[in-house]
Ligand binder design. Structure first.
Ligand code: PLP
Length: 394
């Protein structure tokens, strides 16, 4: 067979996308599978956002735009940062990309060289390690399990940092754990980061709006404004506005890094789809009530799922701060199930025997756990939990 590049041999396909594909394939065979693997809201994109896209098509807004995004969308992003986060960014500090995924990809390509290290708290969003590897850098993991609410401590961060550390990732609220860092926790991490001036910080705020508590959102830049010259804020419309298929994410930060990221994008995808940009602008400028409606549903489902999971012997599930995931510890279940030795085998057993697809914790760098998405109907969730309880009974 064809010899492929070393860079591509070093990475694996996204495990979460693979589970969803597996569940779909089983369904196509006629099996009844409830998918709890998906990383996207189950709601439709709000009407006013779709209308803006339709208008864009009808008005002929269907050509190349500026590589880094239209002036209108960039202004809407600047206004969003002012409104929600209290930040003052200029247009040169903003880059619009094809999803949050491309934002991080551009950053990795623009910043990392072989020999560089990327500090990644585990469990992590599956793409951080592989995108770092694709850029030739080495991921360095900090493990934070349920006993520390899945949040890294300043001492752990200090122990992981070296002269080679080029990038540190903070994702709060977190995919897959649903946990968010408090201002005090971020201040303490910032104390450590101040001692390592070579390290750039990526604050992935993709789940900013999907939180239960009423306190304002805080990221590392709110907690430590002095880190602004080396902090990138990554965000997007995919999760907050149920727009995963439109592929719009954005990055904001130091002009030199944004410029380098833009150069990478100019030689790969060019601009994100013009029509999607028009829709994203409408999402950011329009009424924000659609977010609240989704949140109410997610919170009710979260409460249901956490309670039901904890009622199953061998499963321990912490309530989350937000996102549409829960990340229970399933080691006790693995220990008491004959013939099942790992979270991978448990996930395999559940998809085959119970018809429930979830993602094993190993995919996120933390064995002994599993991620369940609550972005599906309450009926589906009730049925899935009942199936899991029955399959694992006795
Ligand atoms: N960041 C995190 C933490 C995510 O969970 C995701 C999506 O799963 C993304 C970024 C990228 O989102 P998208 O590329 O769909 O905009």
């Amino acid at each position: 067979s064809t010899k492929l590049a070393a860079r591509v041999q070093a990475v694996k396909p996204s495990a979460t996308l693979a589970i969803t594909a597996r569940a779909n394939a089983l369904r196509a065979e006629g099996k009844d599978v409830i998918g709890l693997g998906a990383g996207e809201p189950d709601f439709d994109t709000p009407e006013h956002i779709k209308a803006a896209a339709i208008a864009a098509i009808e008005n002929g807004f269907t050509k190349y735009t500026a590589v880094d995004g239209t002036a209108g969308l960039k202004q809407a992003i600047i206004d969003k940062f002012k409104r929600d986060n209290g930040f003052d960014f200029t247009p040169e500090q903003i880059l619009v990309s094809c999803g949050g995924k491309q934002s991080f990809f551009n950053l990795a390509q623009a910043l990392l060289d072989p020999g560089d290290e990327v500090v990644i708290p585990a469990p992590y969003w599956v793409s951080y390690p592989d995108m770092s590897l694709l850029a030739g850098a080495a991921p360095v993991f900090i493990h934070a399990a349920a006993d520390q609410s899945f949040k890294i401590t300043p001492a752990q961060l200090r122990a992981a940092m070296t002269e080679q550390t080029r990038l540190v990732v903070i994702n709060s609220p977190s995919n897959p754990t649903g946990m968010a860092y408090s201002r005090a926790e971020l201040e303490a991490l910032g104390e450590v980061l101040r001692d390592f001036p070579r390290a750039v910080i990526a604050s992935d705020d993709m789940y900013e709006h999907i939180r239960w508590d009423d306190a304002p959102f805080v990221n590392i830049l709110n907690a430590c404004p002095d880190l602004a010259p080396r902090t990138l804020v990554l965000n997007g419309v995919s999760k907050a506005y149920s727009m995963t298929g439109w592929r719009i994410g954005y990055a904001a930060g130091p002009v030199d890094i944004i410029k380098a990221m833009k150069k990478v994008q100019s030689q790969s995808t060019s601009n994100p789809a013009s029509i999607s940009q028009a829709a994203a602008q409408a999402a950011l400028e329009g009424p924000q009530a659609c977010i609240g409606e989704m949140l109410t549903a997610f919170k009710a489902r979260h409460d249901l799922v956490v309670e039901r999971l904890n009622a199953i012997e061998g499963i321990e599930c912490l309530p989350t701060d937000g996102t549409f995931y829960v990340f229970p510890k399933v080691q006790g279940l693995i220990d008491r199930m004959p013939g099942i030795n790992t979270d991978l085998e448990l996930a395999e057993f559940l998809i085959e025997t119970a018809g429930v697809a979830l993602v094993p914790g190993t995919a996120f760098g933390l064995p002994g756990y599993a991620r369940l998405s609550i972005a599906t109907s309450r009926e589906n969730l009730e049925q899935a939990l009942e199936r899991i309880a029955n399959a694992c009974a006795g």
